[in-house]
Ligand binder design. Structure first.
Ligand SMILES: [Fe+2]
Ligand SMILES: [Fe+2]
Length: 159
């Protein structure tokens, strides 16, 4: 759940960075709407961590800063690439959450409900980015994003 929370910290930062640099008002509005849902995710996962007696990642400020810079950079490339980055991020988050659901204890209904709700939102965020004209992320960029996500989830799992 700490890893999921880090993901949501990054989602906050990404969306804020992207909304800052998005050019088209409709896109900016969609980014802001999604960002509001990401705020819910952040709150849900933090609350669940507290209930389970866990702690948040110590590296959260670092995650935030890195993701903000990435979001702003993606935004600076123009809306089509901004949305492409967003759609691919949401796609990878969906996959990560599905993996977590598969490993989750079947008796942990509360965590399951939270993750399922988040996954449904992320799927909608991806669909709306595609509907707004996201470009298709080139394979090497997808792989680079996967490598970064892997590093992030491994680190956040421990620290
Ligand atoms: Fe989220
Ligand atoms: Fe999302």
């Amino acid at each position: 759940m700490r890893v999921n929370h880090v993901g949501e910290v990054c989602a906050q930062a990404l969306y804020q960075g992207q909304a800052l640099t998005a050019r088209n008002p409709a896109n900016r509005q969609a980014l802001e709407r999604a960002a509001a849902e990401e705020q819910d995710h952040l709150a849900w996962s933090e609350e669940r961590i507290r209930e389970l007696g866990g702690r948040l990642s110590l590296l959260n400020p670092l995650w935030y800063a890195g993701a903000f810079a990435l979001g702003a950079a993606a935004g600076a490339l123009g809306d089509r690439w901004n949305l492409a980055f967003l759609a691919e991020t949401e796609h990878q988050v969906e996959e990560h959450l599905s993996g977590h659901l598969a490993r989750l204890a079947p008796s942990d209904h509360k965590t399951r409900a939270i993750i399922e709700a988040m996954r449904a939102d992320e799927a909608r965020h991806r669909a709306s980015a595609v509907a707004l004209g996201a470009a298709q992320m080139p394979q090497p960029a997808q792989l680079a994003m996967r490598a970064m996500a892997k590093l992030m989830t491994t680190l956040a799992y421990r620290v």
